[in-house]
Design a protein around this ligand. Sequence first.
Ligand code: ADE
Length: 232
Amino acid sequence: MNFTVLTIFPEVIDSYVNCGILKRSIGHGLFSVNAVNIRDYTLDKHGKVDDYPFGGGAGMLLQAEPIYRAYEAVVEKMQNKNPRVVYLTPQGKQLSQEMAKEFAKEEELILLCGHYEGIDERVLEEIVTDEVTIGDYVLTGGELPALVLMDAIVRFIPGVLHNAASAQDESLSDGLLEYPQYTRPEVWRGKAAPEILLSGHHAKVNEWRKEQALIRTRQKRPDLYFDYLRGR
Ligand code: ADE
């Protein structure tokens, strides 16, 4: 899978994907991330990519042309001439685990990061296929949301997580929160890890974990708990 991120801060994208699991997975060729600087595609001799909104109002808008030229340049090099283009915006559809799994089926994905007060609507109409929000709050730019989306997607790419089971096992994959986990030492500052986990009895451990997941979800996320009950 190839991600292309259209942004005025490519270094933000590069620095995040250059750590940990993402760095390793990219090194193993499981996916690629190409952060493209929109500024490289402006025709303005001072490198300007923004301007005042027609009709007045606060702030600046990213102009259509540099974004469109950046888009054309990246699509030019792709086999698929109609890749999905995801615009990160508070007006989008709320990101979910389900949505991330769907996006993971794509071979190419272009993520468009807005800034300032937004983007000239005309280029959005031309190129955007999907709008996604990471939650009901407003950030200064689309880079963090793009990284959040990408991170959630790549966890579904086989090989990114060490253990094939982990993407399935964890929180939310079955609609429940994850059970509590413990590691060495067995007793930490007087607090013992649950004995059942040290018993070596796999069936009992699984039963305990399921029960804990249910208890936790009911306590912390009653909304998810009732969805879970309804879905059974
Ligand atoms: N851009 C600014 N805020 C955002 C949000 N909450 N989700 C996606 N994109 C955004």
